[in-house]
Design a protein around this ligand. Structure first.
Ligand code: NAP
Length: 487
């Protein structure tokens, strides 16, 4: 198979927090994969920076272990691992002190792209940005990459934006939401704007409602401490689900260029109606048994018997613009649900009039776009139920799995591989702009504040279920039902 990898120009990537979990789990394995694909030029440098007392060799050892544990390397002694490790350097420094910074500056050639990945707690973003600028590292070709969570609410997101804007232009700031790096999420834009078929119907005249589901079977696992401070609203809705909503609802951008795409997404967020608390449901999973094993409740998992953090949230969202007024978007996400499934379901209206009579049956079309697992599209179309005895209608699926349709191909790169290379190329399309993040918080903050003011407690739901019963009522109040959660 012909490789379509386009090498990038030589670059330097400094990973602040280079010894941390994210660097070992995602960043170093992603860079190794791109190296193996031939995309990392010979004289590129990847420089880990943290407080730990390591030298280059110590860091290479840490990286080799990470590639085997979390990446696709089988043997830390393999030739390609060895060649990759030769590109790694390490600088010991503290984000809050000035030692080590001159050494870092000496490692960086002046006249090429340099990216600073802030893989550290957000409380260090300001210190790092200030020192990068103060030590003369912020050249015109410098870029800074920051991770989610970007803030805890609107005020903290604004403060983070300011601390970066003091030292970098917005065109140099790359806020990662790794969801946008997923192939299937990018495919949403191709499906919408690469096909004439859907656009004429893509509005409230023809679409009854849209459901966006991100269901997980896993619990909070080892992230309990972080998750209990965040909850599903901050962890999933404010960022990932908001991005899916934007990509499904936005107007066609004039061009596939970073600011054109981000302008259109921002308009969707700004057009969202404020959500009343009657249109939101929170849930928290209870203990349950699956496959003969007992699973702890959410509260046991986070070690707080009184926790009121939600592991499930369902929202009825409305977009107040010409295209969507009157078409609700029902969002739901949760942990420990009956199946792992991320899917967008566009439920079309019934035909204006049934020539077959009211008894003939249902005939609403549904377009399902599956993001994971089993990525693909299903269009439910109405046909005549076979057999004698009059005209009865049934819905049957026109089903396409992308893997079947595309046949055997090179494995799809991990989201981080794609996103890191986009940083090096200087393409911000798949990164969130500061105003986008703030607008998303401005929409979610009043919901979270409302819960806190009311002293709300999430409704318990059974693990392995579709979520709390209140979520069924939320959508039933509008005469609709949730689609089944299928793996
Ligand atoms: P972590 O495991 O705690 O790592 C933090 C890193 O920061 C370590 O390398 C640490 O190394 C370094 N560090 C801490 N204080 C420092 C200082 N004063 N100066 C310089 N370096 C310092 O955290 P993480 O899980 O990798 O997360 C990093 C960021 O990514 C966080 O913002 C997190 O929310 C975000 N994130 C993580 C994940 C994930 O899967 N882990 C996923 C999404 C987002 P030393 O102790 O050696 O200094």
């Amino acid at each position: 198979m012909v490789s379509r990898v386009i090498p990038v120009d030589p670059f330097d990537l400094v990973v602040f927090g280079g010894t941390g979990d994210l660097a070992r789990r995602k960043i170093l394995p992603a860079l190794y994969q791109r190296f193996c694909a031939g995309q990392v030029p010979d004289d590129a440098q990847i420089i880990g920076a943290a407080r730990s007392d390591l030298n280059d060799d110590g860091y290479r050892k840490l990286a080799a272990d990470a590639l085997v544990e979390f990446g696709k390397a089988d043997d830390p002694g393999a030739a390609d691992v060895h060649a990759f490790l030769a590109r790694l350097r390490y600088v010991q420094l503290d984000a809050r002190g000035d030692a080590g910074w001159p050494e870092l500056r000496d490692l960086l050639p002046e006249d090429r792209v340099r990216a600073f990945y802030l893989s550290v707690a957000p409380s260090l973003f300001g210190d790092l940005a200030e020192r990068i600028r103060g030590h003369g590292l912020a050249t015109d070709q410098a870029r800074v990459v920051v991770e989610k969570p970007f803030g805890h609410d609107l005020a903290s997101a604004r403060a983070l934006n300011r601390s970066l804007a003091d030292h970098f232009d917005e065109s140099q700031i790359y806020r990662i939401d790794h969801y946008l790096g997923k192939e299937t999420v990018q495919n949403l834009m191709a499906i919408r704007f690469g096909n004439l078929l859907f656009e004429p119907l893509w509005n409230s005249r023809y679409v009854d409602h849209i459901q966006i589901t991100v269901a997980e079977t896993v619990g909070v696992g080892g992230r309990g401490e972080y998750y209990d401070r965040a909850g599903a609203m901050r962890d999933m809705v404010q960022n990932h689900m908001m991005q899916l909503l934007c990509l499904i609802a936005m107007e066609p951008p004039a061009r596939f260029q970073p600011d054109e795409v981000r302008d259109e997404k921002l308009k969707v967020i700004r057009a969202l109606k404020d959500v009343g608390l009657q249109d939101v449901v929170r849930g928290q999973y209870a203990a349950f048994a699956r496959d003969g094993a007992d699973h702890p409740s959410y509260r046991d998992a986070v070690g707080d018997a009184a926790s009121t953090t939600e592991s499930y949230v369902a929202i009825k969202a409305e977009i107040e613009n010409w295209r969507w007024i009157g078409t609700p978007f029902y969002l739901r996400t949760g942990k420990r649900l009956m199946a792992r499934s991320s899917v967008i379901e566009v439920v079309f209206k019934d035909t204006p009039y049934s020539i077959f009579g009211a008894d003939a049956g249902d005939n609403a079309n549904v377009l399902s776009i599956r993001l994971q697992p089993n990525e693909g599209i299903t269009l439910e179309v109405t046909i005549k139920e076979p057999g004698p005895g009059g005209m009865r209608l049934i819905n049957v699926p026109l089903d396409m799995s992308f893997s079947t349709a595309l046949g055997e191909r090179e494995p799809v790169p991990d989201a981080y591989e794609r996103l890191i290379m986009d940083v090096i190329r200087g393409n911000q399309t798949l990164f969130m702009r500061g105003d986008e993040v703030e607008a998303a918080w401005a929409w979610t903050d009043p919901i979270i504040d409302g819960w806190e003011d009311r002293g709300d407690r999430p409704e318990p739901y059974d693990g392995d279920s579709a979520g709390p019963t209140a979520a069924e009522k939320l959508i039933a109040n509008d005469g609709r039902v949730w689609r089944a959660i299928r793996p």
